[in-house]
Write a protein that binds this ligand. Structure first.
Ligand SMILES: C[S@@+](CC[C@H](N)C(=O)[O-])C[C@H]1O[C@@H](n2cnc3c(N)ncnc32)[C@H](O)[C@@H]1O
Length: 370
């Protein structure tokens, strides 16, 4: 569908499109959106999803492709906020920069509920010598004895339980990864078309951040001194905390600190609002991977749902009142709910039909309740 300037001028509410965003954006007029808030694929082969499988350089090139299109359709001075993963974030940022964006900042959403994805080095060594993951000996294809490392006499089978082989000694307690505790968000701006910030603002309504709309409310007594300087609340920071991270910081400070915006990971009820009548998604308790046997349609099947409160904060920060937000990696529609709750107009694009349908139901549910 061709989205023209004329269409946007009379556009109200929201529009959801089931398509490849790079192709879709090619048909849009230039300079029509006020901001872009996105959570694109991280390029880490997440749960084997095809849209997330890239080699590092290929990922950067792909980011450049969508970043060029978003740059074209945003108004000069318009901002983008784009989530990224700690390991591949740099490629996304280079992709944005190569496309012509001016990188302005990095926001970190610090959250305490992630699980470390780490290999146990001692276990890995034991496996090499025929011992399974937890240090148990198994009847194995290995031809070596787990403790001596010598070839097994013919006919001998490893059925005895073995705690550790001698080769893993000294490697107990070594791993390969840290606990993931932050999501990064790149803040970038389309170059101005006018000679100054003021002229650009007057012509397009873009290029500034809405600081006052995002101020952090003061914590009455403790903030008495600050109050005379920042009556409307604290200046928003480039760090956002979840409740766990906030609690740790409070403990260290010995008193509640209210310097940052707080936002928890989304609850199941938030993810599934409007989808309660559908089948529940079954996930493996350990890995969180969804059961393949699940009957469609089902409740929110998206593996990387972001919290609506965080997206509301981000939408407010970079979008002028009544602005139109582009979200070209819509997923299950969290940003759509956030944008609409804040009174912005919203256009979301999603490639996968089941996610698109989920987004439609979630956003419609919000609209009915509003
Ligand atoms: C990280 S998820 C977004 C999740 C979203 N924040 C939410 O809360 O549900 C990225 C989404 O981008 C979609 N996607 C991947 N490539 C795409 C493309 N070329 N065009 C449109 N959507 C795409 C994926 O299907 C996936 O749903």
């Amino acid at each position: 569908m061709k989205i023209s300037k004329k269409y946007i001028d009379s556009f109200k509410g929201g529009l959801l499109i089931n398509a490849d965003c790079i192709e879709e954006m090619k048909y849009m007029d230039a300079n029509i959106f006020d901001s872009c808030v996105i959570d694109p694929p991280y390029g880490i082969d997440f749960l084997g999803k095809k849209w997330d499988c890239f080699e590092a350089k290929e990922f950067q090139e792909w980011c450049t492709k969508w970043a060029i299109e978003v740059l074209r359709v945003l108004k000069p001075g318009g901002h983008i906020l784009s989530f990224g993963f700690t390991r591949t974030y740099h490629r996304m940022v280079c992709g944005l920069e190569n496309a012509g964006w001016e990188i302005r900042d990095t926001l970190a959403w610090i959250n305490g509920k992630g699980y470390p994805k780490s290999k146990n080095l001692a276990n890995e060594i034991d496996k090499l010598y025929g011992c399974s993951n937890r240090g148990h000996a198994v009847a194995t294809a290995s031809k070596l004895h787990p403790t001596t490392g010598l070839p097994l006499p013919s006919g001998e089978k490893l059925t005895k339980y073995q705690s550790r082989t001698k080769y893993s000694e000294g490697w107990e307690g070594w791993g390969t990864g840290l606990k993931p505790a932050m999501d990064l968000i790149c803040l970038a701006r389309k170059p101005l078309s006018e000679n100054s910030l003021s002229e650009n603002t007057l012509k397009w309504g873009t290029c500034g951040l809405n600081i006052d709309a995002c101020r952090i409310p003061l914590d009455s007594e403790k903030d008495a001194i600050t109050e005379q300087y920042e009556k409307q609340g604290r200046w928003p920071a480039n760090v956002i905390l979840d409740d766990d991270a906030g609690m740790l910081m409070n403990l260290q400070a010995g008193a509640p600190v209210s310097r940052f915006f707080y936002c928890a990971k989304p609850s199941d009820s938030e993810k599934n609002a409007g989808l309660e009548h559908l089948n529940k998604v079954r996930r493996d308790k350990g890995t969180g991977v969804m059961s393949k046997k699940m009957v469609q349609p089902q409740q929110n099947p998206h593996p990387t749902v972001k919290p609506v409160a965080l997206l509301r904060f981000l939408c407010k920060l970079i979008t002028p009142p009544n602005g139109v937000i582009l979200d070209c990696f819509m997923g299950s529609g969290s940003c759509g709910i956030a944008a609409r709750k804040e009174g912005f107009r919203y256009i979301g694009i999603e490639l996968e039909k089941p996610f698109f349908e989920t987004a439609k139901l979630r956003i419609e549910h919000w609209a009915k309740a509003a």
